[in-house]
Design a protein around this ligand. Structure first.
Ligand code: 5AD
Length: 348
């Protein structure tokens, strides 16, 4: 047996490798070992979730952001970004429409927009919870104080997505301006966990300056932090950002890492992300076939979808659209998976 298959077997059994072993796994991968890894990942997911795929209705509530992350198309300094914010009523209406389509989880994602105070958000969360009975609310609104996270949780929010972006502090600094710190990001993630949220972290694959060591540390971080969810997708340049001329990350490596993460934590909720679907026509299906079990179709009002441009050519129509769920269901059936109407909580 070669070194890589040995490591894959070890990971499948023990759900843990050293940072050096993760590095070896990535560096020495071949199409054959990737195929083996994928089989193991699919088996692990099958044992916990069967062939079910969970869906989340994604509502992009605002592209106004006080931050200036170098990779992101809605960064504050991008004067070419056409800014918008949707109203509380519109957000609730989107959820109701999604509920009728079969969604039982709504993800409110947005830039760090000061308009969305705790009071405003708590009102929105309560309204969604009463209007859409039995649904889960996920927030993805960046860094906030522990008190704020607590208030939103008390209002009924169930889950929070906050990508760690990279588990290497020096790399974090290369992706963000000085006022954003790795320490604060880590503290936010810790706070969310302590409060009792189901927490998601995640990172971009192939972000500028990323090394294999960085990726190995991302995997170790996931092992140690043990998130309920993990969003990973390829970095894709946005033309009006400082990283406009950096190459995109690869779909192949993203899928490989999805399989590794599945083996690190067999019950993790792992989305085949929009970024993965955006760089490759069959990206989403390949993500699911590699061990992902969540898809997040876009449920934002049609008028704003093109404005939430985190990177060039971000998908928001076709199969990405919540309204085309029927097509997505068929595509999943074609590869042996079933999209279900379910909150899709983590099975512990
Ligand atoms: N390419 C890929 N992903 C991106 N994100 C932001 N900008 C880009 C980009 N250019 C991801 C970040 C962020 C999430 C909302 O979107 O990881 O956390």
């Amino acid at each position: 047996m070669n070194k890589v298959t040995e490591l894959i077997d070890k990971l499948a059994l023990e759900h843990s490798l050293t940072v050096d072993e993760y590095k070896t796994l990535i560096e020495l991968r071949t199409p054959e070992t990737s195929e083996y890894l994928k089989q193991k990942a699919v088996e692990a997911r099958q044992n916990v979730y069967g062939n079910k795929v969970f869906i989340r209705g994604l509502i992009e509530i605002s592209n106004i952001c006080k931050n200036d992350c170098f990779y992101c198309g809605i960064r504050k300094s991008n004067g070419l970004c056409d800014r918008y914010r949707i109203s509380a009523n519109e957000i609730v209406e989107c959820c109701k429409e999604g509920y009728d389509l079969g969604f039982r989880t709504f993800v409110l994602q947005g830039g760090e927009d000061a308009h969305f105070s705790d009071d405003i958000l708590c009102g929105i969360i309560r309204k969604i919870k009463t209007e859409c009975s039995g649904c889960a609310v996920t927030l993805s609104l960046g860094e906030r104080s522990k008190e704020s996270y607590q208030r939103l949780f008390d209002a009924g929010a169930d889950r929070y997505l906050l990508r760690h972006e990279t588990a290497t502090e020096s790399h974090y600094q290369k992706l963000h301006p000085d006022n954003l710190s790795f320490a604060n990001r880590m503290e936010c993630l810790q706070n969310l966990k302590e409060i009792g949220y189901q927490v998601g972290c995640g990172f971009m694959v192939g972000s500028p300056f990323q090394t294999v060591d960085d990726l190995a540390r991302d995997l170790k971080f996931i092992e140690d932090f043990s998130p309920d969810m993990c969003g990973i997708g390829p970095f894709i340049p946005h033309k009006d950002t400082p990283f406009a001329d950096y190459p995109a990350g690869s779909a192949e490596l993203t899928c490989f890492l999805l399989s590794v993460i599945r083996l690190i934590k067999p019950n993790i909720l792992l989305p085949a992300t929009t970024a993965l679907g955006s760089i490759n026509a069959d990206g989403r299906e390949n993500g699911i076939k590699s061990g992902a079990n969540v898809i997040m179709p876009n449920l934002s009002p049609n008028t704003v979808r093109k404005k939430y441009m985190l990177y060039n050519n971000k998908l928001s129509d076709g199969d990405e659209s919540a309204q085309n769920l029927i097509n997505l269901k068929q595509k999943m059936l074609n590869i042996g998976y079933e999209i279900v109407t379910d909150r899709g909580d983590i099975i512990k």
